[in-house]
Design a protein around this ligand. Structure first.
Ligand code: SF4
Length: 82
């Protein structure tokens, strides 16, 4: 999963770009649901939130590190596609 750091300025640009609807406004900053984030695997070549974030505050979540195979598995589970 990806993660939004506390440098987020709550601009809301990333939320509509997420194909998994994994991004939402949190208490302090926008947050990513690690259960839904596939790092855009299955949808795009690069994570779309990272592409659009104006302050580059979206990183790989060290607490939810996943392999490409694991992210593909999550994509299949979420979408029913394989
Ligand atoms: Fe926060 Fe970046 Fe998303 Fe804007 S694009 S809400 S700064 S994480």
């Amino acid at each position: 999963s990806l993660k939004i750091t506390d440098e987020c300025i709550n601009c809301d640009v990333c939320e509509p770009e997420c194909p998994n609807s994994a991004i939402s406004p949190g208490d302090e900053t926008y947050v990513i649901d690690p259960g839904k984030c596939t790092e855009c695997i299955g949808h795009y070549d690069t994570p779309q939130c990272v592409e659009v974030c104006p302050v580059d505050c979206i990183i790989k979540d060290p607490d939810n590190a996943e392999s490409g195979d694991q992210l593909w598995g999550k994509y299949e589970q979420l979408t029913g596609n394989s």
